[in-house]
Design a protein around this ligand. Sequence first.
Ligand code: HEM
Length: 393
Amino acid sequence: MTADFDPLVPETFDSPNAVYADLRGRCPVAHSDAWGGFWALMKHEDVAAAAADWQTFLTSRQNVIPKVAFTGRRPPLHLDPPEHTPYRRALSPLFSEARIARLEPVIRNICRDLLPPLVAQGACDIVSDFSAPMPIAAFAHWMNLPPDAVAELTRVGRLYNIAVQSNDMDATRENSLFLYDMARNIVAERRERPLPVEEDAASALLAARMNGEPLPEELIIGTIRQVLVVGIIAPSVTIGAMVVHLCRDQALQSQLRADRSLLPAAVDELLRLYTPYRGFARTAVCDVTIRGRTIPADEPIALVYASANRDADVFEDPDSFRLDRPNMKDSLAFGRGPHMCVGASMGRLELRVALDELLSAAPGFELAGEPVQTRFPEIGALSVPIRFTGATR
Ligand code: HEM
């Protein structure tokens, strides 16, 4: 099998988008030899169709590229319907508009604790100093974790992320297992002292029933472990990428600072431009032919959401930021089909409040060095050195 691209070549912050634009034109159903070989769907139409067709494209075999499987199954991402359904049903109400709206002041306070010292020192890495810890603290609040668990999750979440980013399999395994232990402790605590199911994920999962039976304990623990990681990495790398964009486009930064009512639309458009995932995967149950190329059954296929969202067949002038896109509903930033992000409302809130508070924290900010790109399965910013400009408030 020929290799159409190599995801392991060193990247800059912008280089993956150029590679994906080239592949969309030249080889939209691409193959790579990396990590044991995988396929990659680059076009919006193909990614959306595969994400929606869960009967043909399973997630239960391999849900990310590269495969990281040290532990047991982690619903909802690792299960196909109908096994997937009760986990989704238990989690969904916890992301309702009303429940998430209550998080807004909490997230504002987290931002207001983190940002002023950074502004006072004049410069920072907006990812490691702000966009990495903020979603962890927000998530811990959503999970009803006690304060000492927040500190622990911040520490281990950071170590896990560094281990994944540096391809250190031993450290990834060690920290992944530690996160599993945290999930196990949370579930044991809620079994002893349940919280109202409409307020607490672990309590809701413990109360859920499938065919009249409780969900298996190991899968409840797996679900909590899954949410512990997916809920904290995407907002972090996306906020970093959004900040890069606003540093490069000072006119947009000023426009948004002056008119915050533009933020919800700006967040959706920035999410389209900086969709944080390229490695969520499916495996076809039979040979599938897409654009004349046959992908054999049982081979992993990446849904390159980040590429799909810059497809000129769907988004006019796709690399440009536009506040008035008529078809933002076509954005695949949160996926499609049964696995579409259950935490989208919380993700959007975190991004909007983070930008809002950052715009308020200082009259300006600009890049103070080269931003660093993340690795598969994410795409976004791992590090963004910035300096604050103008007088601080
Ligand atoms: C910038 C913010 C976020 C983005 C862009 C994002 C994106 C995504 C995408 C694209 C998927 C689909 C995966 C697939 O197709 O295989 C997904 C799934 C998921 N996300 Fe998010 N996410 C974000 C934030 C969050 C947050 C804050 C949480 C929870 C606290 C969360 C929890 C989940 C879960 C549990 C799934 C699996 C859903 C399932 O399999 O049914 N996400 N996310």
